[in-house]
Design a protein around this ligand. Sequence first.
Ligand SMILES: [Zn+2]
Length: 389
Amino acid sequence: MKEPKERPLLDLASLLTINPQTAQIRLGDSRMVLMHTEALSYLRKEILETLGLERGKGLLIRMGYASGRRDAELVKREHKDLLEQMPDEAFWLGPQLHMLEGVTRVEKVKLEVNRATGHFYSELLWEGSWEGEAPYNEALSREEGGCWVQLGYASGYTSTFMDRLILYKETECQRRLDPVCRIIGKPAEEWNDSEYLKYFEPDSVINDLLTLQEEVSTLRETLSGRSQGNLIGQSPAFHEVFALLSAAADSHITVLLTGETGVGKEVFARWLHEHGPRADQPFVAVNCAAIPHELIESELFGVEKGAYTGAQQSRAGRFERAHGGTLFLDEIGDLPPSAQVKLLRVLQNGEVERLGSMESRKINVRLIAATNVNLDQAIRQNQFRADLY
Ligand SMILES: [Zn+2]
């Protein structure tokens, strides 16, 4: 039995079913759980402490976003008529769901909804919200509030409702001891704040960890003396090589080092990097012979989540991680043919595409390659591409 349109709140409450026998609480077709706000506050605190304010904030916003999106889908499905005839009323079901879910009391200050033109503006007050009252553990600037799960919810709900990205910010917040929270919502472009958008995009810590891991291993090697920062040699041949290296260090040209294993090609590569204009940027070394052929492309060019079984995380390849700096490809003669084709494209276009992605990323990398294989011979035997050479 449907409630009349002017009483949508009651209609919403009827969507909520609680069945202790089957341990199912449902809001429409969404399974819900009743949780102690103490537990949520604890989770919130630990997220901010573990990931830091910036990353933690993004994660909380995206968590709320997922929840808001779900509620907008419910409203759009259950109240099609209202959506067409009275979009303001239909929109208001979102704040009412937020209240029904026990998150916060919402009061309207201003609301302009036009689904046809895409125009949207809202100013709302949150009173006594759980997040506003959660114990404080973050330092907030005067300009921003801190009810991030709720802000995410409002953005997720409104964006799904309006079919365009609508972002909210808090201009007053209980978390910085204002009496209520005041939120403003408008289309993303109208905020003119591209920095804010980053909180809405998934952000993986794994890339930063890999870059740090790379730096640590480079530093360890340097400290252990395996790759001394200076080169020592007496022979005339050495001086000749050294003169060539010194000339190459200042330029951006690609350098190919050839020679037997064990003559310290990586030492030369590192020296070139450290004495060139990119010395402050990353030096990333890859031994192509040490990486299995089926993994080499994802190592070099990166991979998008789901590109193949086992790619559970999007991650940057060595090219991206060397951006701005130097990429040293040791044993390049061992690169399988398909990877050679891709490498050639990267060198020609200055762009790299992760596996499973159509998006090209601009890459500025100085390449130093080394090999102990006789490449002339490899080319003759069709094992190495002449154009790459
Ligand atoms: Zn707040």
